[in-house]
Design a protein around this ligand. Structure first.
Ligand SMILES: NC(=O)c1ccc[n+]([C@@H]2O[C@H](COP(=O)([O-])OP(=O)(O)OC[C@H]3O[C@@H](n4cnc5c(N)ncnc54)[C@H](O)[C@@H]3O)[C@@H](O)[C@H]2O)c1
Length: 255
């Protein structure tokens, strides 16, 4: 077989959440290019339909769903399994960031809004997907999204958001122990600063400049620079990588 980065992904079923977002769209496109079938999920149904219409390859579908609705998650996973033929990979990107530069302004509603999606739904979705993979009996990959903030504690008014992102790293480590015996790997990716609507929302431009300066590569990441490592983690090349957090920060962090 010729070497390619999408090795093993041809014909696989991949569930991508937050697929209408900056990074999610790029991830969905990258999986489409490997020959995988993608179920792209996002709160914004119109936007995710547009993403799917532009994907390379075939057999993809777009689904509008609110992932904060825990009761819908098992059905969503079941639909992926049925409509894609199998569910082999979950890439869970959907998340929300509500910046509060003054911590005294964080409300309970801010807390619930971010923790419900970024942390609580992440557990129930990952469990539903890994459970389906276990039942299929052919292994699988779960890839969760953390952030540089799991390590730094968060920059730019994002303590609550990053408390969840730290929890996601710990959760993935725990899940990797539980699902490993079923051939299912569980990993997280931790990007630093990626040019997307989320990064830019409510941001002071001087802060952005300081982050560029603190990054040895001297720039922000393009979403495609996150999609490549995600496809790698889902591919045969990463078959013995589990419980890890992939630091994608242009040298901003060293760990
Ligand atoms: N952009 C960055 O610099 C950066 C850095 C570190 C980590 N991340 C992480 O990468 C992932 C993708 O971020 P992004 O920058 O592409 O963000 P984005 O805001 O561009 O995309 C997020 C997507 O999630 C969707 N979404 C929001 N709430 C939802 C819900 N309740 N149900 C379903 N979908 C919902 C949105 O509609 C949006 O399309 C996130 O997990 C984010 O925390 C981003």
């Amino acid at each position: 077989m010729a070497w390619n980065v999408g090795a093993g992904l041809e014909g696989k079923g991949v569930l991508v959440t937050g697929a209408a977002g900056g990074i999610g769209k790029s991830v969905a496109e990258a999986f489409g290019a490997t020959g995988a079938r993608v179920m792209a999920v996002d709160l914004d149904q119109g936007a995710v339909e547009a993403v799917v219409a532009g994907l390379p390859g075939g057999g993809h579908l777009a689904v509008g769903a609110n992932l904060r609705d825990l009761g819908a998650l098992t059905g969503l996973v079941g639909r992926a399994r049925q409509e894609l033929g199998s569910l082999d990979v979950l890439v869970h990107l959907a998340a929300v960031l509500r910046r509060r530069l003054n911590i005294d302004e964080v409300t309970e509603e801010d807390w619930d809004f971010q923790i419900d999606l970024n942390f609580k739904s992440t557990f129930f979705l990952a469990r539903a997907a890994a459970g389906a993979m276990r039942d299929q009996g052919r292994g699988g990959r779960v890839i969760l999204f953390s952030s540089q903030g799991w390590w730094t504690g968060g920059l730019g008014g994002s303590v609550v958001y990053n408390a969840a992102k730290g929890g996601v790293v710990t959760m993935a480590r725990g899940l990797s122990r539980i699902y490993g015996p079923h051939g299912i790997t569980v990993n997280t990716v931790a990007p630093s600063f990626v040019i997307t609507p989320m990064l830019m929302s409510g941001l002071d431009p001087t802060m952005l400049e300081s982050w560029k300066t603190a990054t040895p590569l001297g720039r922000l990441a393009d979403p495609g620079e996150i999609a490549g490592p995600v496809v790698f983690l889902a591919s045969d090349h990463a078959s013995f990588i589990s419980g890890t957090t992939l630091n994608i920060s242009g040298g901003f962090l060293n760990y």
